[in-house]
Design a protein around this ligand. Structure first.
Ligand code: DAT
Length: 171
């Protein structure tokens, strides 16, 4: 479980595509944790097996704390168990069928080991279970992310949720 969420190689389910499009339509801020870590070199050693730096989770949390307390932020990352629970009002876990995911990751030039591990990770729904274990069940939602229509549906659904949330919290 640990090895899976430590890897910065994102599984290609469409988080960045969805996150950026949502930010542009809703006016919320978008933060890509992988980019943030790279820019600030927020790493704690190197994982030889996966040939990638290991995320320094505490420094990532410190770095994000002030803007997360302000609110209105969409956070894009493949793991979520090291973020403070109070940061989030809703958590979405994107699901892509294995055959579709395999093709996307192959296009990205992932090697055989990285491909197998990421697909394995998806099969066991590790990230979904991690989200359920880290946040209240009612705020964790699974969304399909196989085809462009899914993206549009997901955006519309989340936009509705954002509008409702704003309505409920503006008194
Ligand atoms: P991630 O941020 O999870 O790594 P991404 O947003 O970079 O994923 O998307 C990976 C690739 O898949 C990219 O080429 C765009 C494509 N993609 C994203 N969402 C999709 C969808 N709903 N249908 C088809 N392709 C999608």
């Amino acid at each position: 479980m640990k090895a899976c969420h430590r890897r910065p190689g994102t599984p290609g389910v469409g988080k960045t595509t969805l996150g950026k499009e949502l930010a542009s339509r809703s006016g919320l801020k978008y933060v890509n944790v992988g980019d943030l870590a790279r820019e600030g070199q927020l790493y704690d050693g190197y994982d030889e097996e996966y040939d990638c730096p290991i995320l320094d989770e505490d420094r990532v949390v410190d770095e994000l704390e002030s803007q997360m307390s302000e609110g209105g932020v969409i956070v894009d990352y493949h793991g979520c168990d090291f973020f403070p629970e109070r940061w989030f009002h809703i958590v979405f876990v994107l699901n892509t069928d294995n055959s579709v995911l395999y093709k996307r990751l192959e296009t990205r030039g992932y090697n055989e080991k990285k491909l197998k591990d990421n697909i394995q990770c998806e099969i066991f729904q590790i990230l979904y279970e991690e989200a359920l274990a880290s946040y209240s069940e009612e705020i964790v939602h699974r969304l399909p992310s196989n085809q462009p229509e899914d993206l549009e549906d997901n955006i519309n659904q989340i936009m509705k949720w954002i509008e409702e949330w704003i309505k409920d919290h503006s008194s």
